[in-house]
Design a binder for this molecule. Structure first.
Ligand code: HEC
Length: 358
């Protein structure tokens, strides 16, 4: 390696290289193509492809989001022209249906005994009449009625209609949700059909005979309009009957004057009202003579009377309404022979046959 033997190795000069020896290789031995600073055609082509892919992915992502936004818009608001409902409206309707179906069960369990299965009335006043539903039985009135109890209607402190809301005083058995359900049921539309549900399992009740689900409809006729000039329904339902003599019976034979009532007449029949029913299904009186009806209302706190309708359903006699327990004698002017009907004006479901014979 050196020709300066004898000197410390760090002071020695390198030995001259014999000219025949091959020059050492360059330290960086990679081929020149590796030192390029520009792109190979392949690499450039790949970059172009990659960025095209990236743009395509971006485009697809934006399209997807855009379609989602449009789709969601129609999902929320409904597709115009296809009659689909906005989502919230549909959900609210479903809620409403459930409320009505729950209210139906509550009504049948708690109210039907007094107001009738279909609201036709009984111990309590009729609830399903359109003129009452139109203006009188508003949600607010119903809520007050159920919170305050029977005295809310006419101020009758001994009314048999109890307080229903647990917010009432004294507190009733139903909570505010159940009151809402009841009101939803009482205000449900006649045009909608609802299912009768099993209250515990919340499954439709199937009619065993037909295999079909039992259904019911609401009471309110949305198309109902009171006759023009009709007097609005009174705030107290009983006033409807107190003013009854003001609408005279169409027949000339009618007599409801209390003065005449006292005059004794030829024949006398007795009839009593108990538990919102007449105790007799049939009464017989002679034709063409005055007769007396001794009416005994034994229903405490419930107003009744006796009215007589002819075969065509026209009122020929309307007796004064008395609050039970009480008695009254009605004198009825002579009637032609035939079959008539005697009813209680307050409770149209109290019906009997009046046979006027010769
Ligand atoms: C024990 C019989 C009874 C029961 C049960 C009953 N009610 Fe009543 N309800 C009455 C009587 C009686 C009245 C008349 C109030 C008065 O003036 O005394 C009345 C009045 C009403 C009125 C007002 C009617 C009008 O024309 O102003 C509404 C509404 C009503 N009840 C709803 C209900 C509902 C809803 C239920 C069931 C949660 C119910 N009632 C249960 C007896 C009853």
């Amino acid at each position: 390696m050196t020709d300066q033997n004898g000197r410390p190795s760090e002071e020695r000069l390198p030995a001259p290289r014999p000219s025949s020896a091959a020059a050492p290789a360059e330290r960086l031995s990679a081929p020149p193509s590796a030192h390029r600073t520009d792109l190979t055609p392949e690499r450039a082509a790949r970059i172009v492809r990659q960025s095209a892919n990236a743009r395509l992915v971006g485009f697809l992502a934006v399209t997807l989001v855009g379609l989602f936004v449009i789709g969601y818009y129609f999902y929320e608001l409904g597709i115009p022209g296809l009659g689909t409902k906005p989502r919230l409206e549909a959900a609210a309707e479903e809620q409403q249906v459930i409320a009505v179906e729950r209210g139906y069960n509550l009504y049948q369990a708690n109210c039907a005994q007094c107001h009738g299965v279909n609201g036709e009335g009984g111990k309590g006043p009729v609830l399903n009449r359109q003129d009452k539903l139109f203006a009188h039985l508003s949600p607010d009135f119903l809520r007050n009625m159920l919170t305050v109890g029977g005295r809310y209607a006419c101020g009758n402190a001994t009314s048999i209609m109890p307080v229903w809301s647990n917010q009432g005083n004294p507190a009733g058995p139903l909570n505010y949700k159940q009151i809402d359900y009841l009101i939803a049921f009482l205000r449900a539309s006649k045009e909608d059909t609802y299912r009768v549900m099993n209250a515990d399992l919340w499954e439709p009740i199937v009619d065993e005979a037909t295999g079909e689900e039992q259904t019911f409809t609401g009471w309110v006729d949305p198309a109902y309009e009171p006759e023009p000039g009709a007097t609005p329904y009174p705030a107290c339902w009983a006033d409807e009957f107190n003013t009854a003599p003001a609408t005279p019976a169409p027949s000339a034979g009618a007599s409801s004057s209390p003065v005449e009532s006292q005059a004794p007449a030829g024949a006398t029949v007795d009839v009593a009202a108990l538990n919102v029913a007449f105790d007799k299904a049939e009464l017989t009186v002679p034709a063409d003579t005055k007769f007396t009806i001794n009416f005994d209302n034994q229903d405490a706190g419930i107003p009744h009377n006796v009215a007589i309708k002819d075969a065509n359903g026209a009122l020929v006699f309307t007796g004064d309404i008395i609050n039970g327990p009480a008695k009254i004698s009605y004198t009825v002017d002579p009637l032609a022979a035939g079959d008539y009907q005697f009813v209680c004006t307050v409770h149209p479901n109290m019906i009997g046959t009046l046979k006027v014979g010769s």
